[in-house]
Design a protein around this ligand. Structure first.
Ligand code: FEO
Length: 171
């Protein structure tokens, strides 16, 4: 059985992961609007990954006989100044996600909730990957600068991203 505090924190994380998925879907729409379909595709995959995170938390709360409570999702930003602006925002957002995951890990330690601590280690590792993959695109975009050919090539590269659901995911 989950403590009230841990249950609340996990439910808040579900909301934040849904918000994350919403942001990336909004970024995908933005990239479609500026004719960068490869970037739009990359963001759509990112949106799918966020939904995996949502489902993991959803299933875990239920497994621990907690109660999932869904609340309103904040509206995402709609426009960005450039591809770099959007990816920089995405990177900052992932850092916020990491900080939130770490806070719930801290709470699980305070509450001696070893099961939640163990469950959250997947998210701790996942965030290393999440930050790193977004940061890589930020660095590529900085290198490309205003070079149209470079942007064209990066757009092609990002179009290759494939969604790989984790083995234990129902997403
Ligand atoms: Fe669910 Fe991108 O963190």
């Amino acid at each position: 059985m989950l403590s009230t505090d841990v249950e609340k924190a996990l439910n808040e994380q579900i909301n934040f992961e849904l918000y994350s998925s919403y942001i990336y879907l909004s970024m995908s729409a933005y990239f479609e609007s500026i004719d960068l379909p490869g970037f739009a595709h990359w963001m759509k995959i990112q949106n799918q990954e966020e939904l995996v995170h949502v489902h993991k938390l959803f299933d875990y709360i239920n497994e621990r006989e907690g109660r999932v409570t869904l609340t309103a999702i904040e509206a995402p930003q709609l426009e960005w100044e450039s591809a770099l602006d959007a990816f920089q925002d995405a990177y900052e957002h992932e850092q916020k996600v990491t900080a939130r995951v770490n806070k719930i890990v801290d709470l699980s330690i305070v509450k001696s909730d070893h099961a939640t601590n163990s469950f959250l280690q997947w998210f701790v590792q996942e965030q290393v990957e999440e930050e790193s993959s977004v940061k890589k695109v930020v660095q590529d975009l900085k290198m490309v600068g205003k070079d149209g050919h470079g942007l064209f090539m990066l757009n092609r590269e990002l179009a290759q991203r494939v969604f790989v659901p984790p083995a234990d995911s129902n997403a």
